[in-house]
Design a protein around this ligand. Structure first.
Ligand code: SIN
Ligand code: CO
Length: 376
């Protein structure tokens, strides 16, 4: 992708300008981001996905008229019999990670690959009957809301008061103060930075595609990275044993000796000393497949080019290649070729032929695991 070229998808802005002006800063409404856009999955196909065990889905229903204003939520799988009738207004089914299940949806999500892959999370599709939505709320991640079918009225605002309605099964802002309002038609798209309050209400039957970006919190990154580093800690810290030749006789023998504390601090620092260990753990964490992803057994290494399976996560840094939670040291031409594979998500036959024997063996293992396959 030429990141300096204006894109219809971004309302005539180049990815570079969009990132500078809008990303994490201010919303952008793009009329006809994808002209003539039609839903990729029809209602039946989407709801079939929502009924599957390995697909994450939710049903949100607002009280029927006459009853108290309230919300109900149910986690999937959502067999058809748990869904209200299509004639009943104000309910919505949300299907997460549709890109993992459909190649065309994955291809649509790839249009947003001007943002680091480490941030790109998933494509969620919502189906709503008239008046349906998930209520006024805010998210802690960036999102592009692409209207796929019917119309949706979005009200958005910077919202200072983040207090929520108590005792609700989903996060509903208690005092939503919208500042702007737009009605989106198929093909229109709205970009929202994290923590912008929003409320999208279906006007008639409606489907919206949300391209979401993950923003892990510091605590989660610390836990995930440390967990992985802990597995290596013994090797990194070494085998030196604790010694205390200067220890004196004590009466308060239950007290932890300061020398033991110092030894532990030293052991921790030794385990964390190698910055590459941290980078490895981070890359492994960032490429960990989603919990509901299973790779079916793959095939032998093809003679031609290869393409990453849509569910494969592949990243790299200066010293490593990361793929589906594993890390490999790579340098020289092999590293260059692997990076091309990660960036393009395919490697043509000519480039494959330039891989060293070791690297080919690795790619062959990945093929057998079903992480990549012959590029047709
Ligand atoms: C929806 O599509 O109904 C919800 C999307 C969102 O508000 O993030
Ligand atoms: Co939202």
């Amino acid at each position: 992708m030429n990141i300096q070229e204006p894109l219809q998808l971004l309302g005539g802005l180049s990815p570079q300008t969009f990132m500078r002006r809008h990303w994490e800063k201010k919303p952008l409404l793009i009329r006809q981001a994808i002209p003539g856009f039609r839903p990729i999955l029809d209602r039946t196909e989407l709801l079939d996905l929502a009924a599957m065990d390995d697909v994450e889905s939710r049903l949100v229903v607002q009280a029927v008229p006459g009853k108290e204003k309230t919300w109900r939520m149910r986690h999937g799988p959502l067999p058809r019999k748990v869904l209200p009738p299509f004639k009943q207004p104000k309910w919505t089914a949300l299907v997460q990670g549709v890109d993992l299940h459909d190649e065309r949806i994955h291809a649509l999500m790839n249009q947003f690959r001007f943002v680091p892959d480490a941030r790109l999370d998933d494509l969620m599709i919502s189906y709503a009957t008239d008046g349906g939505g998930v209520g006024p709320h805010f998210d802690s991640y960036d999102v592009f809301l692409l209207q796929a079918h019917g119309r949706r009225r979005w009200r958005i605002g910077r919202q200072k008061d983040m207090s929520l309605v108590p005792d609700m099964p989903l996060k509903i802002l208690a005092n939503f103060e919208p500042e702007m309002e737009f009605v989106l038609e198929p093909g229109d798209m709205l970009y929202l930075p994290p923590r912008w309050a929003h409320d999208g209400i279906a006007e008639g039957e409606c489907m919206t595609y949300s391209i979401g970006f993950r923003s892990p919190c510091k605590g989660e990154v610390a836990r995930e990275v440390l967990q992985r580093m802990a597995e290596q800690a013994e090797d990194e810290a070494g085998e030196a044993i604790y010694r205390d030749p200067k220890q004196e006789a004590l009466t308060h023998t239950a007290e932890v000796p300061q020398a033991m504390v110092d030894f532990a601090v030293d052991a921790m620092q030794a385990a964390l000393r190698d910055p590459l260990a941290l980078q490895r753990a981070l890359g492994e964490y960032l490429t960990e497949p989603k919990p509901n992803v299973w790779f079916a057994g793959g095939a032998e290494l093809p003679t031609g080019g290869v393409r990453l399976d849509r569910r494969t996560r592949m990243l790299y840094d200066a010293k490593h290649i990361f793929i589906n939670g594993e890390s490999f040291r790579a340098g020289g031409r092999d590293a260059q070729l692997m990076r091309t594979l990660a960036d393009q998500r395919y490697l043509p036959a000519g480039e494959m032929a330039r891989l060293s024997e070791d690297a080919r063996d690795l790619v062959s293992d990945w093929c057998e695991s079903g992480w990549l396959y012959a590029d047709q």
